[in-house]
Design a protein around this ligand. Structure first.
Ligand SMILES: [Zn+2]
Length: 154
């Protein structure tokens, strides 16, 4: 099940998606026809399976062909995985910001840190630590930078 919240910000059509993208997801019905400027919020997309990926690419390739300028913001870890795995997942769109998984070195709490892609490129694979929201301890990036951030080098 996927849900969408739509909003118009000046000339930008904003879509906030939440849920899972699977075989019962019909993006063209939920999102409607392509718009000139589309901002896709992916923070609450928790899962996308292989059929969901096909649906996603079909829909956004259609938008790309229609000349839409697409920006993906706040990409969840599920979406970042696909961006890394599938070369044309973003269908010509720009990935603006992504969530990175962090884990506290003291209490093991898992956190998600939001980073802008421009800033990540400047960091050159050296990620900062975050402050744990539970114990204020030090949370470290919980994946392999070269894998999780592979898409930065495209
Ligand atoms: Zn902690």
């Amino acid at each position: 099940m996927i849900q969408v919240e739509k909003e118009q910000k000046g000339s930008i059509s904003v879509y906030k998606l939440s849920g899972n993208i699977e075989e019962d997801t019909h993006l063209e019905e939920i999102l409607g026809p392509p718009k000139p400027q589309m901002e896709i919020h992916c923070k609450n997309i928790s899962r996308i399976n292989s059929i969901g990926v096909k649906t996603w690419i079909k829909y956004f390739q259609g938008c790309q062909k229609a000349g839409s300028k697409i920006t993906y913001v706040e990409c969840s870890t599920a979406i970042v995985e696909q961006i890394n795995l599938i070369l044309n997942f973003n269908c010509g769109g720009t990935v603006e910001s992504v969530y990175l998984p962090f884990s506290c070195t003291q209490c093991r709490t898992e956190l998600a840190g939001l980073f802008k892609v421009v800033d990540l490129k400047k960091l050159n694979m050296t990620l900062p630590t975050l402050k744990c929201t539970k114990c204020s301890g030090k949370a470290e990036f919980d994946d392999i930078p070269e894998d999780y951030l592979a898409f930065l080098n495209r």
